[in-house]
Design a protein around this ligand. Structure first.
Ligand code: CA
Ligand code: CA
Length: 273
């Protein structure tokens, strides 16, 4: 049964119960008015319920939108956190690599510092050696100047002209070569002349000294006796009893470069006129 019918029946019952026959017409008018008011109430209730439904629907939609937005936001947060963690892990890996590289560079730096110290020490040693060599060079230059001065002095004094033969011969043949040139084998009777002859020759040569005439009695070619000898160590030794002629070896120390050898050996010679 519909609500409108129920209201109508109730009203009819009310009218039947309350109206007298003589006032039947007026009662019908009142019933109609009540019926109209009931219809308005019904419409009002229906409209209210509709509005409530619409409001509920709007509320539900808004809630749905809000929840969806929050869910998307949470999802976005999760992605951000995940990316942040990945970035942290990547940075940690980079940090580890950089620390390893730093240690390697520190080791390289230590090694290079050690090498630098060694090179500095080496440079100091070489500098000291260079200074020593420079000093020696200066000393030798000074000696060279002195020898050149001595050569000029000897030349100026007209004490003869030294020259070397071009062919290796025995001591006697070499002396004959000098004589054929108007000279004789060189006589060395001073330290200065020993230094001069030693500086002039580059190979072993005969000089004008021998003990041919009497063993152990050294004489120059002008028959003057030997006063000062510049012998090698343990010379003269007259080895095998057959060493009577004297050679000068410029490769030996300048004041210790004489040796007695067999006169038949072949050498170039120094002549002095
Ligand atoms: Ca001898
Ligand atoms: Ca000897």
């Amino acid at each position: 049964m519909e609500l409108e019918d129920i209201y109508e029946n109730i009203e009819k019952e009310d009218i039947k119960d309350t109206c007298e026959p003589q006032t039947q017409s007026r009662c019908q008018d009142e019933g109609k008015a009540r019926k109209q008011r009931g219809s308005r109430c019904l419409v009002l209730i229906t409209v209210s319920l509709g509005l409530i439904c619409v409001l509920l629907l709007v509320f539900i939609i808004l809630q749905h939108i809000t929840i969806t937005a929050e869910r998307d936001l949470i999802k976005s947060y999760k992605n951000t956190v995940k990316e942040f963690n990945q970035t942290i892990n990547s940075l940690q890996d980079n940090y580890t690599d950089l620390m390893t590289e730093k240690h390697q560079l520190q080791n390289n730096f230590s090694s290079l510092s050690q090498k630098n110290l060694e090179l500095e020490t080496r440079v100091k040693d070489l500098t000291a050696e260079k200074n020593q060599l420079q000093s020696n060079f200066n000393s030798l230059s000074q000696k060279k100047l002195e020898l050149e001065t001595e050569i000029r002095k000897l030349s100026d004094q007209g004490k003869g002209r030294l020259f070397m033969s071009t062919e290796a011969k025995s001591w006697s043949d070499s002396r004959q070569y000098c004589r054929d040139c108007g000279a004789d084998l060189v006589i060395i009777n001073t330290q200065e002349k020993q230094q001069l002859v030693s500086s002039l020759v580059k190979e072993i040569v005969w000089i004008g000294l021998s003990d041919i005439q009497q063993e152990g009695y050294m004489k120059w070619v002008d028959n003057s006796p030997l006063k000062q000898g510049f012998w090698e160590k343990n010379e003269p030794n007259d080895a095998a009893g057959n060493e009577d002629c004297i050679e000068l070896n410029p490769a030996k120390p300048v004041l210790k470069n004489w040796n007695d050898i067999p006169c038949s050996d072949k050498r170039k010679c120094i002549c002095d006129n």
